[in-house]
Design a protein around this ligand. Structure first.
Ligand SMILES: Cc1cc2nc3c(=O)[nH]c(=O)nc-3n(C[C@H](O)[C@H](O)[C@H](O)COP(=O)(O)OP(=O)(O)OC[C@H]3O[C@@H](n4cnc5c(N)ncnc54)[C@H](O)[C@@H]3O)c2cc1C
Ligand code: FES
Length: 279
């Protein structure tokens, strides 16, 4: 009992971590590479999140964007949308930041092993997705065919541009991306991400779809995946809900009888499709 309490209490302990690298990605998004005290390993699963805090300002759930194969530091990408995220985006290398976690259920890596993968990311969805994509590349022989579809508003909104170009060049990946609005130097697709799905050749029995993006995207993407005959239990989605505690105590993230922070944020479609308000 005492051990259980100690484990639970450790969920509330904020670790004083250090920012060891930053990179401005767009006008509003910035990457932070972070190391925990005493070289501690975060030991996360792709798809999990951490609670990031700044003393006197606040705390927010933020997805981990690096693969767990990167052991001595981890990365997050933070979009400036309000008081907390704007304050964090002013931090630089050498600054301290608070970290709790990792929290939540990530992507089911063991279930995905041996199967073909179809990654579909819209907007900021590439942030948690990148953790799994890089994990798959670091363990490439454990997975079958890989398809990656990315979508964002304009070419300048594309995150991790250099890395995405390398994914595109790989011979063992089928890659495609699209933007809602092009620019004079954009030679790629223009249109919704759903328009890329019908053109993919896949073996529906052994394909798992991993979908992360804004809520509005899910309904239409799922429709296309079902049309491709991917079984509902082979479609995984990451839900973003307003969260506070991150550990199933405050109820901020509750949808019907599920706590998004603990039962998710990653769910299989068949588990949440009948839950009102989930999608
Ligand atoms: C599991 C999870 C993972 C996340 N991962 C990332 C990430 O990798 N990078 C990142 O930049 N952000 C991420 N977010 C969103 C981030 O937590 C919010 O943007 C942040 O809490 C906003 O705090 P703020 O004080 O800056 O803005 P506020 O002043 O609190 O809000 C500003 C605006 O952002 C909206 N907002 C606030 N919280 C959320 C939320 N949870 N989801 C959607 N909109 C919100 C508000 O409705 C408001 O319109 C994630 C959220 C969750 C739940
Ligand atoms: S964020 Fe508090 S219960 Fe989920």
């Amino acid at each position: 009992m005492k051990i259980k309490e100690e484990i639970n209490n450790s969920q509330y302990i904020v670790k004083r971590a250090k920012i060891i690298r930053t990179k401005r990605m767009t006008e509003i998004e910035k990457l932070f590479e972070i190391s925990l005290p005493n070289g501690e390993f975060l030991d996360h699963d792709p798809g999990q999140f951490v609670e990031v805090s700044l003393f006197g300002v606040g705390e927010a759930p933020i997805s981990i964007s690096s693969s767990p194969s990167q052991r001595y530091s981890f990365e997050v990408c933070i979009r400036s949308v309000g008081k907390f995220t704007s304050a964090v985006n002013k931090l630089e290398t050498g600054d301290e930041i608070g970290i709790r976690g990792p929290f939540g259920k990530g992507f089911p890596v063991r279930i995905l092993e041996g199967n073909d993968l179809l990654f579909i990311a819209g907007g900021l969805g590439i942030v948690p997705m990148r953790s799994l994509i890089n994990y798959v590349f670091d363990n490439r022989r454990d997975f079958g065919k890989v398809n990656i579809l990315l979508g964002c508003k304009t070419p300048s909104d594309m995150l991790y541009g250099d890395e995405v170009s390398k994914w595109q060049e790989r011979m063992d990946v089928n890659f495609n991306c699209t933007v809602d609005r092009g620019s004079p130097d954009w030679a790629g697709n223009v249109g919704l991400i759903t328009s890329l799905i019908p053109g993919i050749t896949l073996d529906s029995d052994r394909t798992f779809a991993i979908v992360v993006g804004p809520p509005v995207m899910y309904k239409y993407v799922i429709k296309e995946l079902i049309a491709k005959e991917i079984p509902e239990q082979q479609i995984y989605l990451s839900l973003e809900r307003h969260m506070k505690c991150g550990v199933g105590r405050c109820g901020h993230c509750q949808i019907a009888n599920i706590y998004c922070c603990q039962d998710g944020p990653v769910f299989s479609y068949n588990k949440i499709k009948n839950i009102r308000g989930a999608l």
